[in-house]
Design a protein around this ligand. Structure first.
Ligand code: ATP
Length: 379
């Protein structure tokens, strides 16, 4: 990663200016992916991926279409062969084993159930047990996914959400150590998707199983994961908790992909303070830098009831207001420089904000401690 990819604020900025961040190496995970590469023809799809997953952790691989998430999951599963690097599970090099000898269950977006087999036969597919024990285990698994009584149904007789629960029961049938999930909720409608997401998380916690889920949906990843690995163009941009990747993105890509972002072009004024238009953030930029991009989230911007000149407050013009349910999203521009735009989220239920109208002038403030600086031109 280039030095300029790091956001710069306070101590961090000082650290970078002194010649690079001091990052202590994390302890290797229970599942360790080390230096994994993959090419398809001339295209590099995975570029030196290194990732550690703790036992019992729920990790989401999050990124836009084509960034290599599914390929990485398939390499862990042994459904695709890496060109370089290793995959270790509990210290064992599973990267050289065929899929059947790796200890995992997998769920795909398309359910991948056998249409000509009953629910019970689908769930029991991988079970090598005597008949009676098999029936008992199937009943137990169906109870676990709240589909007891559906043993004799065929997949086509079930809803999408129910079919995905069956696929989950089948993946868990042999009590694997690892659960791999490839966009398992993408084909479902919003309400079913949200319910199943919560149930999946509750079940994963209850069983204590390690889970890796591929998704391109940042809201889903934020809601379900212990840890998110944000990917772009075959590389990992950041690994962190949902709070870390949302609140302290390390690259501009992560800031833009996980949630909405405000980017304000700041420059040093004569007093050495970072300013944009008539706002001053009261921060020094990193040594040597005269310009940077100030980043903050829409909910960090405050619409103020009264105008006070100076500091982190500025007068803006409301260009547009969208009602998004829980929040109203205002698109504003600075009166001092109309080319600088701000996205502002205000709680829809708060009195006063429902009267925000296009063309209106409103004072807003951006608390300096909510702002992070990125070098201009960084990825
Ligand atoms: N078997 C294959 N042969 C050739 N190219 C492939 C193959 N599988 C994947 N790719 C290419 O590799 C890149 C990464 O694909 P991958 O499916 O891993 O991405 P992804 O992040 O999971 O995206 P999506 O969410 O769209 O599936 C894409 O450009 C894809 O077209």
């Amino acid at each position: 990663m280039k030095q300029s990819d790091f956001p710069l604020s306070g101590q961090e900025a000082a650290g970078v200016a002194r010649g690079g961040m001091q990052v202590s190496a994390p302890a290797p995970g229970w599942l360790r992916i080390e230096g994994v590469n993959k090419r398809f023809g001339a295209a590099t799809v995975l570029d030196e991926i290194t990732l550690d997953v703790r036992q019992g952790e729920f990790l989401c691989l999050l990124g836009p279409s084509g960034c290599g998430k599914t390929t990485l999951l398939r390499i862990i599963a042994g459904l695709e062969k890496q060109d370089g690097g290793v995959v270790l599970m509990g210290g064992r090099n599973i990267g050289v084993l065929p899929p059947a000898q790796r200890d995992y269950g997998i769920v795909f977006q398309s359910y991948a159930l056998f249409p000509n087999l009953t629910v019970a036969e689908n769930v029991a597919y991988a079970l090598r047990l005597p008949r009676k024990e098999k029936a008992k285990r199937v009943a137990q698994l169906l109870e676990m996914v709240e589909l007891d009584g559906k043993q004799e149904c065929y997949p086509a007789q079930l809803s999408g959400g129910q079919q995905q629960r069956i696929a989950l029961a089948r993946a868990l049938a042999t009590s694997p150590s690892l659960l791999l999930l490839d966009e398992p909720l993408s084909a479902l409608d919003a309400k079913v998707r949200e319910n199943l997401r919560q149930e999946l998380r509750a079940l994963q916690r209850k069983l204590g199983i390690t889970a890796i889920m591929v998704t391109h949906d940042q809201e889903e990843a934020l809601a379900i994961a212990d840890t998110i690995a944000v990917m772009a163009k075959g590389r990992i941009e950041q690994v962190g908790t949902p709070e870390q990747v949302y609140g302290s993105p390390r690259t501009r890509f992560v800031a833009d992909f996980v949630g909405s972002a405000n980017w304000l072009p700041v420059r040093l004024n004569e007093a050495g303070l970072a300013t944009v238009g008539d706002i001053s953030f009261g921060h020094d930029l990193p040594a040597g830098a005269r310009t940077a991009l100030a980043f903050c989230r829409p909910e960090d911007v405050r619409v103020e009831p009264h105008w006070t000149a100076g500091g982190s407050m500025t007068m803006t013009i409301v260009d547009r207001v969208d009602f998004l349910g829980g929040v109203r999203r205002g698109m504003l521009s600075l009166c001092a420089d109309r080319s600088v735009q701000l996205i502002v989220d205000v709680p829809a239920s708060e009195p006063g904000y429902d009267s925000l109208q296009p063309g209106q002038r409103v004072p807003v403030s951006i608390p300096p401690h909510r702002v992070r600086f990125f070098m201009e031109g960084a990825a």
